[in-house]
Design a protein around this ligand. Sequence first.
Ligand code: BDP
Length: 496
Amino acid sequence: MADATRRNLLKAAALLPLAATCGGLAFAAERVPAAAPVKARFAVETARPGRRVSDMLAGFSYETLQLADPAFFSADNHALVELFRALNPHGVLRIGGNTSDYTIWSGYRGELPVQRTRKGGPQRPFVLRPEALEALAGFLHATGWKLVFGVNLKIGVPAMAAELAKAVQRAVGDRLLAIQIGNEANNYEADYAAFEAAWMPYAAAIRAAGVPIAGPDSGANTDWVIAYARRHGRENVFLSRHYYRDAAPKGSITDLLGGDPEFLGEVGQIMQAADAARLPFHLSEANSYYFGGRDGVSNVFASALWGADFMLALAQRGVAGIQFHGGTLESVEASLGRDAAAGATGAELSARRDAVTSRYSAIAGDAALGFQPRPLYHGMRLAQQFAGARMLPGRLDAGGANLAAYAAQRDGALLLALVNKDAARDAAVAVSGLRGYGAGRLMRLSAPSLESRHGIVLEGVDGAAAGSAVAADANGDCRVALPRGSAAWLRLDRSV
Ligand code: BDP
């Protein structure tokens, strides 16, 4: 369908009167495009609440090298502070990435070996100074966020890590959730046993200093997380690993929106180990495609639908937080041993902000140019609306389209998120099982197309664009028109 037709459809869906949106016809006949929408069903089971969604669900991860400019994470960086706060008043900022394993603490006076560089990794050490930690503390205070901070395991100097850990704790106080030791050590330690041998003296030194730790902060190694949980659960405040769908050259919108059921299965295994150890589990670094993200995929509207669906799928399984990796192009390219291309000079401000930002970052900009949300930010924000709610089981019959659906309960209200990841098929979703819930609001996450970089609208946040009125009927049924490449979220109040 042409973009214009699609836009009309979205507009039509937004304008549908109450009866036509919930409990009646999904699409107004005169505006219906040639192909009829796929008929989908979502049966919600309100009697069996599942996991509570953590307040910390939506968070960010940045390279340690981002601290090279103390003006970036600073209380005076009002635009960034505002974007963090609007996303999540209880978020987690994780500092780490490849550059954490090449970071030297300026306060350390002992001997240091020269670190060997490797292809595809940072090519020079980064010297972290106290001013950056002071500024970071101000940023955390201004945002209300907590900190997870990674120290250099690769260099093999536990004493420097312990001193840095203490300095971080001194600077940020109880905003420090935990120190992580090493970033994706699976990339440089031969196996889990070798990692553990290198890790032990670090863990001992940092814990002896009275600073909490978390880990193992491994790459795609579920077995490491499980082994670590069994052996070190009691010493840690949470468990972690990373996630990327694949390498950037393999990225495409179809691949991203195709989902990753295998990974969700692994999350199930990790959650068993986490529950047994009574520890939360975070994806402490995650995004669509590693090697810096894929232009035209990681930074377009498709990533917003992916992000919302991914986060809610993980929240349903009990994952406490997902820290989406990003930041300036310079910091991420340096983490991969590459130089950032020069930014677009003379272009309009929003294009210049984009040009200085890593391809998968949910926020674009830097301290000099200011900041703006990328599409992914809006998807994260949709998922964060479920914080504090209890996820409910539900059965989705997607009618052959690529859909996802989630339901949750909070303070007597019912929340629904319906995501149409299909590029070709509109859907009409018949939601059932909502008896006891009545009127509410339907809010859309939409953009001109899956490829859009700008023009993303998330209704129902910031008090602006509050969506449209909806209601479940007396049977607990509600119909939602869900145009291709868009999402909707609903909030229904108890009817009695
Ligand atoms: C991760 C690293 C991070 C990189 C990222 C990427 O921890 O430093 O920036 O991959 O390749 O493995 O994009």
